[in-house]
Each structure stands twice: as structure tokens, then as C-alpha cells.
Design a protein around this ligand. Structure first.
Ligand code: SF4
Ligand code: F3S
Length: 107
């Protein structure tokens, strides 16, 4: 099992999640973070830290977020590790909770 970052992180990227991860398995892209499934130890610490409630365990993933398993796996191979919190994106609060953000994912 692994934990998975889902759609609501896109264009928010609060990054509170990275501060609690004991194994630095978050990787950062321009407007989204992903979890490396091979590094995640399922500690559960990040899930409650996300203000956008974008992190789920793979087993609890909503049906409409299933494609994010593949997206996390794929992009964690190419994006660099982010190990410390940084400022959220501009307009994060405005985008928090909006649907249909997958088309806005910058790779
Ligand atoms: Fe990191 Fe734990 Fe979250 Fe996995 S569940 S991404 S190990 S904080
Ligand atoms: Fe994204 Fe939530 Fe982390 S918005 S960057 S998964 S704290």
C-alpha cells in the first residue's frame, strides 16, 4: 500500500505534508506534489496535515481519483524531492475545493 496525493492539491500545493514525512518521499512539480510509492512507509502522518484534504491511503481512494495512483508513481520518478515546507501557491485558497483541476496539472 501507499499514500496518494489527489486532485485537490493541484494549484494549491500547501506543502504542510512534507514536514511530517519521515522518509522524504514527496516530490515537487510546478503546481502539484506526488508521493513515491516505493518510498512511502504508510505511516499515515501526512494525511491529516493537508489543509486541502488531498491525501488518501491507496485503499481509501475515492473512485474518481483512481488515476492519481499512476500519476504519483510516474511523476515521482521525474520530479525532485521536497523535504521542507514552503509557501503555498498564490491563490491556493481560491483553488481549494474546485473540481476539474486535473487538466491544469503542469508536468
Ligand atoms: Fe510520508 Fe508517511 Fe505520508 Fe507515506 S504516509 S507519504 S511515509 S508521511
Ligand atoms: Fe498538496 Fe496537501 Fe501537501 S495541498 S502539497 S498534499 S499539504
Amino acid at each position: 500500500m501507499t499514500f496518494v496525493v489527489t486532485e485537490n492539491c493541484i494549484k494549491c500545493k500547501y506543502t504542510d505534508c512534507v514536514d511530517v514525512c519521515p522518509v522524504d518521499c514527496f516530490h515537487e512539480g510546478p503546481n502539484f506534489l506526488v508521493i513515491d510509492p516505493d518510498e512511502c512507509i504508510d505511516c499515515t502522518l501526512c494525511e491529516p496535515e493537508c489543509p486541502a484534504q488531498a491525501i488518501f491511503s491507496e485503499d481509501d481512494l475515492p473512485d474518481d481519483q483512481m488515476e492519481f495512483v499512476q500519476i504519483n508513481e510516474e511523476l515521482s520518478r521525474v520530479w525532485p524531492v521536497l523535504a521542507e515546507k514552503k509557501d503555498q501557491l498564490d491563490d491556493a485558497e481560491e483553488w481549494d475545493g474546485k473540481t476539474g483541476k486535473l487538466t491544469l496539472l503542469e508536468r
